[in-house]
Design a protein around this ligand. Structure first.
Ligand code: 4FV
Length: 256
């Protein structure tokens, strides 16, 4: 996978490339990462990349010429790339999109600054607009890092175990189960016995129950748009029966 990032602050990416799973993926040549400084494509001697908005108003807008030249240069280097503009106007990023983007060979990220980029860039030089959330950033760089991080994790082998990403939150539409590590007792709180039992099937069951319960408690919306499998339906039915019993008992106790 090749990532090319267009930005006026390429130095922001140095530390990002140089740490953790991203660094290892680069060392293992699972990903190739580079930046292009949009300023280098500004023809005036002050390398100006922004200007005042037509129609007046506060803030500045990114000029189309340096951006268009930078995007075309990136196309030279990554001819099959999908060109993504990071903008609050885009479709909101999620694990499904991360998984899909990981199937591409090359991705180009266009990082806006100021109030945004000239609209004429968007039309014929951008393939996709993605937002990382409904809030306004000072620039698209952090959004590009978020997406590159999530996509890199989806590339087989970047997480150590081949299938590690398959166990991710959202991979099966659920939040992840609870995780525990040594010590066995921490400040009086012990690790659930089942996890020490060695009974792999029972541990898998416990983990599914943990994931389902956490999702029900924290993100019930995820359960609504997920096709539940037999096991999940059985667990939810068991819980609803328990809840109904408690309510019936409560009702009886308070009717008398
Ligand atoms: C953003 C987001 C975002 C808007 C104007 C950069 C800023 C400035 N990008 N998800 N939310 N971008 O706020 O991706 O150009």
């Amino acid at each position: 996978m090749k990532f090319v990032v267009l930005t006026i602050f390429p130095e922001m990416f140095g530390p990002f490339w140089d740490h953790g799973i991203i660094r290892r993926a680069i060392e293992q040549e699972k990903i190739f990462a580079s930046t292009l400084n949009i300023r280098d494509f500004a023809e005036d001697r002050h390398q100006v990349t922004d200007d005042r908005p037509y129609g007046g108003g506060s803030g500045m807008v990114m000029k189309p010429e340096p951006l268009a030249a930078a995007i075309r240069a990136a196309e030279q280097d990554a001819p099959s790339a999908k060109k993504i503009l990071l903008t609050p106007q885009g479709r909101v990023f999620n694990q499904k999109i991360a998984h899909k983007l990981a199937s591409y060979e090359e991705l180009v990220f266009v990082c806006g600054r100021y109030e945004g980029v000239d609209e004429r860039i968007d039309h014929d030089l951008i393939d996709d607009e993605i937002s990382i959330g409904d809030y306004v950033l000072t620039g698209g760089e952090l959004a590009a890092m978020v997406i590159i991080d999530a996509v890199t994790r989806q590339i087989p082998g970047t997480l150590g175990g081949e299938d590690a990403a398959a166990k991710d939150s959202f991979a099966n539409g659920l939040l992840e189960h609870a995780h525990y590590t040594r010590p066995q007792v921490f400040e009086g709180k012990a690790v659930p016995d089942i996890l020490l039992s060695g009974h792999h099937e029972e541990i898998e069951n416990w983990r599914l129950e943990s994931a389902l319960m956490r999702t029900l408690m924290k993100r019930a919306d995820l359960l609504r748009n997920k096709d539940l499998n037999e096991k999940e339906i059985e667990m939810l039915k068991k819980w609803s029966r328990n809840i109904q019993d408690i309510l019936n008992f409560h009702h009886k106790a308070h009717k008398e």
